[in-house]
Structure formats: C-alpha cells, structure tokens
Design a protein. Structure first.
Length: 357
C-alpha cells in the first residue's frame, strides 16, 4: 500500500506574480500542484496494525466498517465518506490506513492546516485514483475556500475551479474518480453543517478499556522486541489514560528504563518504578494533573473556583488546562464543572491522600 503525505509548497511557490496572469496560466497553476511523498517512520509504521482483524478495541466501529467494506467490495464501489471523531490518540489515522489496505487502494494523508490555498486541495484531488482514500486530519480547521471545493468533490466527484477574475471569470468543472474522504476531528461540533452532512458514516472513537490496552502494550512490546509480563503490560495500560498512543509512549519509556538498569523482562514492579520516575501515577495522572488538583484543594478549598483563577495559581495557560488536562480529570471523576466553577471530587481527595475539610 502506497502512503502519500501532502506537504506545503516551497517558499518560492508562495510568491505572487508581479503581473496578473491569464486564465490559461491560472488554470495551469491550479492543476500543477503536486503532492510530495515521504515514507512514514519505520518504527511507528510497524506498530500500526495493517488489517481490521489486527486492530484492537473499538468493537462497535469495527462491526460497522466490516459491513461497509464488504458491501463496497460487493458492488465494486468506493467506500462512503467517513467522519471519525473523538479525543486524540485513539487510532483515527490508523483506521484510515487500515481501510485503504482492506480496500486495496492508496491512502493520501494530510492535515487541514496544510491546505491553505485552493491549489493545495486541488492538487490532492487531481492526483486521486479510483477508490483512493483521502485522509484529512483536524478537518474542523479547513478554511472556507477549501471546504467549498470539497462539496462537489464529495457529492458529484467533480472539482469546480474558477479561472480568472471579475467579468472574465469562468468556472471549469473537472471530473474526479470516485474516492473516499476520511475526516478526523477532535471537535465534531466545530464542523459546519454542510460539510458534516456530506459524510455517509459518522462514528465516534471511544476510550479503551484496561484489557484492550493490555493487549496493545503486549503487541507493541513484541514488535519492539521487549519482554514483558502480563502484569507488567497491565501496569502500563492502567496508567495510559485509555489511549493507545499514550500506552505505546509509556512502554517506550519503561523500555528505556529497563535497558539502562539492565533488566531482561518488564514486570509490574519494574513498570511501576519506571513510570513513577516519569511522574505518571497509578491512575495516569502526570505532574500537571496533580498540580491542578492540589492547587484547587489547597488554595481554593477544593472549589468551586474559576478556570482563570486556577490558571493564574498554577502558572499554566487556561486553554491548556481546559483542553489538555481537564477532559481526563472529568472523565475519571476527579473534577466537576458547575455553574460556579470547578470542584474537586471526593475521589480526587482520596487519590491524593488528602482529607476534605
């Protein structure tokens, strides 16, 4: 399976011409945008599963996609457009690569912030072959012009290009082969309704259970050539915040620790010792998570307290606290949001070994 990643044009291509180009030259520039490719990192690529049967977790999503793949193959058509949403690190990019592998087509990968100008999205669409998958990460960040180019492409396999300006402007429609757009977003509510409604499948990726993450850790350890016990894998999984990406990252840190300490096998005690050094506790809280909770308890009596007050007291950016740290604390029930502000729960007091006054 060929994997192509789009990249931004070189600095030279960004310079505007000093004189207005003719309609023909404008069209040539729009259609000449090329998609450069680069090989994925071999280590990361080897960790990603290549088949749907090898993909651990997301059972409901896999059932739906198995049906969609079988139906598309039976009709010899491309898959319907798919929107995947959920927290980062749950496998949205991996799923798009698996879909391409299952369908026997290529997958082009890009991110919405890289599609700054019409020629960026045009170059991608023109280069698609029948059945190909176009994966756009952070699709909620698409600019208006790129989004409007996608509308006819998704619905009618047609690319509408405006050539020229003013009264001399002309619209040229270029036929596109049938393709599948897979969009990934952490903020499905930020997508415009016209774009969201053009996806035939809209699926949410959920956080992983401990047993699922344990299987992922064991699989990654085997690929990396690391010996790990069942309890060692469970310990890493328990501290991974329900996220495979974090599980793989923590496993690599434990591997580094065991290598330096010259241990042949990672067991529960060794995994716990290593992750304690990296300030990841038994519930997956890191130093900043505990700072937010401890500050709220010690300086604001556990709340309620406003986000800006917590940010000022901890020295962290308010948006970072809200988008990076709060979601997990809310998910595990250590923090509550009320109309008066944030409140630390009894479970958080117990975890931190503190007594609620």
């Amino acid at each position: 399976m060929a994997i192509k990643r789009s990249s931004k044009e070189t600095q030279t291509s960004r310079k505007k011409p000093t004189t207005q180009s003719s309609a023909g030259n404008s069209e040539e520039r729009l259609l000449s945008a090329k998609v450069t490719t680069q090989e994925p990192e071999s280590n990361e690529d080897s960790i990603r599963p290549q088949k749907l049967t090898d993909y651990i977790g997301q059972k409901e999503l896999k059932k739906i996609l198995n049906i969609a793949i079988a139906a598309a193959k039976g009709r010899q058509e491309s898959l319907d457009h798919l929107l995947l949403y959920g927290p980062p690190g749950l496998g949205k990019t991996t799923m798009s690569l698996i879909l391409a592998s299952e369908m026997g087509v290529n997958c082009k990968i890009t991110a919405a912030p890289a599609l700054e100008r019409p020629r960026d999205i045009t170059g991608l669409l023109i280069g698609l072959k029948p059945g190909d998958i176009l994966f756009i990460d952070e699709i909620h960040r698409l600019n208006r012009m790129a989004e409007e180019l996608l509308y006819p492409a998704m619905e009618d396999c047609r690319l509408d290009i405006t050539i020229g300006k003013g009264q001399s402007a002309k619209i040229r429609s270029i036929p596109l082969p049938p393709f599948t757009l897979v969009g990934a977003t952490t903020k499905v509510g930020s997508l415009t309704s016209p774009l969201r409604d053009r996806f035939g499948l809209i699926q949410r990726l959920r956080f992983y259970e401990i047993d699922e993450l344990t299987l992922i850790v064991k699989r990654t350890a085997a690929i990396l050539g690391v010996a790990i016990t069942e309890t060692g894998a469970e310990e890493v999984a328990r501290r991974s915040r329900g996220t495979p990406r974090i599980a793989n990252r923590l496993l690599k840190r434990v591997r580094d620790y065991s290598q330096v300490k010259q241990f042949d096998t990672i067991d529960q005690a060794l995994a716990a010792e290593a992750l304690d050094i990296f300030n990841v506790d038994a519930r997956g809280l890191d130093w900043t998570d505990r700072l937010v909770l401890n500050t709220t308890i010690e300086q604001f009596n556990g709340g309620p307290v406003g986000l800006e007050a917590i940010a000022a007291a901890t020295g962290e950016d308010a948006k970072t606290i809200e988008e990076v740290y709060e979601p997990y604390l809310l998910q595990i029930g250590y923090l509550n949001r009320t109309h008066r502000g944030r409140v630390v729960t009894q479970a958080a007091y117990e975890h931190l070994g503190k007594t609620k006054l």
